[in-house]
Design a protein around this ligand. Structure first.
Ligand code: ITT
Length: 198
């Protein structure tokens, strides 16, 4: 059975494919459905945006769709960039500019005040509009210069004390084992079973 990833973010596609490898589903990306219109992410929460993306894509392609809405919450910035993580620095999606803006806003802020977390809400929807969700988070610190080449987005700035490395310095398997996305996906098999057999 097909499972369509309702995302245009290549970094997410890569990680979701790895995390869904054992489910037995034929995981396909939106690249196979060029006619699907872009979903406007106007929700105030990760949950609202994830549900909207999953429902719209499932209806458009006529298959089960899985969406991921995620982002970084920095305590010193009162939870920003949060749902605005993808376009923090402006209108376009530019990871380098986003990281630069974050570093600038945290300039001179001491390490103990640089606490942050990634959050992820995953929504899985059927073409007839049924939806199930799961969430996950991962705590860390924002360091003051980028480190590492792996991953995407804010990974080079996100320090995981447990490993003494940034997400961008961890290999994909290790990141997936502790990340917000990995934790949300731990619940995906039971969600799929529920949606497909009900
Ligand atoms: P789709 O809506 O098409 O899925 P998007 O990138 O716009 O793609 P979001 O609105 O959920 O998705 O924004 C998520 C942003 O949060 C993403 O662009 C990164 O900047 C950041 N982010 C989320 N998960 C991340 C991770 O594992 N590592 C680094 N940055 C992450």
């Amino acid at each position: 059975m097909k499972l369509v990833l309702a995302t245009h973010n290549e970094g997410k596609v890569r990680e979701l494919r790895e995390l869904l490898a054992g489910t037995g589903y034929d995981v396909v990306s939106l690249a196979e459905y060029p006619h699907v219109p872009e979903v406007i992410e106007d929700g105030d929460t990760f949950l609202a945006n994830a549900v909207k993306k999953a429902r719209q894509v499932a209806a458009a392609v006529g298959e089960i769709a899985l969406a991921d809405d995620s982002g970084l919450e920095v305590d010193y910035l009162n939870g920003a960039p949060g749902v605005h993580s993808a376009r923090f620095a402006g209108t376009g999606h530019d990871d380098a500019a986003n990281n630069q803006k974050l570093l600038k806003l945290l300039q001179g802020v001491p390490p103990e005040k640089r606490t942050a977390r990634f959050r992820c809400v995953v929504a899985v929807a059927t073409p007839d509009g049924r939806v199930e969700t799961a969430d996950g988070k991962c705590e860390g610190l924002i360091i003051d210069e980028p480190r590492g080449e792996n991953g995407f987005g804010y990974d080079p700035l996100f320090w995981v004390s447990e490993y003494g490395k940034t997400f961008a310095e961890l290999d994909g398997t290790t990141k997936n084992s502790i990340s917000h996305r990995g934790r949300a996906l731990q619940k995906v098999q039971s969600i799929l079973t529920k949606l497909v057999h009900n």
